[in-house]
Structure formats: C-alpha cells, structure tokens
Design a protein. Sequence first.
Length: 161
Amino acid sequence: MQSSAPQGVRIYSLFGQPEAQAEAGISKIFIFHKHMRIIGITIPDNKRLDVALTAVYGIGRSRAKFILGRVKVDAAKKAKDVSVAEENEIRKMVESFRLEGDLKREVASNIKRLKDIKSYRGSRHARHLPTRGQRTKTNSRTVRGNTRKTMGSGRRKEEKT
C-alpha cells in the first residue's frame, strides 16, 4: 500500500495505512529511495554529486561542477541525499546539453566527414593511428598490433655448452 509521499519516494508498510499502523503499535515504515536517473543513466548513490554526474557520457568534472553551481546544490552532497526538487533542477540543467547518444553520433559524424574529405586527420582515423601529432615509432604499439609482452635489452643470451 502506498501513502502520500514526496515524488520519487515510496513508503510501503505492512498494514496499509499509517492509521492502521498507529492502532497496531507499529512504527516501522519501509522507505525505498528511487535511484536518481538522468537521461536514462542511473547516477551512483554513494558518490559525491560532482563525481557521480560523470557517469553520464559528456559530463566531466568541470561540467558537473558548473551544473551544480548553476542550480545551487552542494557538490559534496551524496546523490542519495538530494531532494526531489534539487534532482529535477539538475535534470533540467543536464538536459540542456548534448550528451550520451546525440554526442556520440555527432563525434562519429565529424570523424566520418574528415574521412570523406580525405583530410590528413581523417586518414589517420581510418588507419587507427594517432591524429594529433604523437610519435608512433615507440608509442601507440598496441593500436598497431606490435605489442611486446616482456621487457628486455633485445639481445639474446648465449647458451653455455
């Protein structure tokens, strides 16, 4: 049975209504917190809000702090301690950004455009090589498939006979 509770919090009891509980002498009410979800992503409950918001693709630490500062919510507050009104304000602010699937599609279309116009960066993307000028002789070996499992001097030891 449900009684009136703030939005997002459901109160369940054993005997139905709170009046019936009072008559029976039961004061225990089970409160189930509905997890905070933003654009389909469940925000971790036990982390600070500025860290928990980074679970959403497209929100880093700086953007999370910007959002929390704009809606005037303490960044040190845990996600499970956020009120329903604060959660709705955060959700409204987050939905104003391009995140998750839309952002991934935009990045993929930008890379496809670079490949289509045959730019240098597009050709590096197509060959799965670094695009921003990094060296490739010694780094990016895992991408090129040139991994070495152990380190050594490169010289083979002579066997004693």
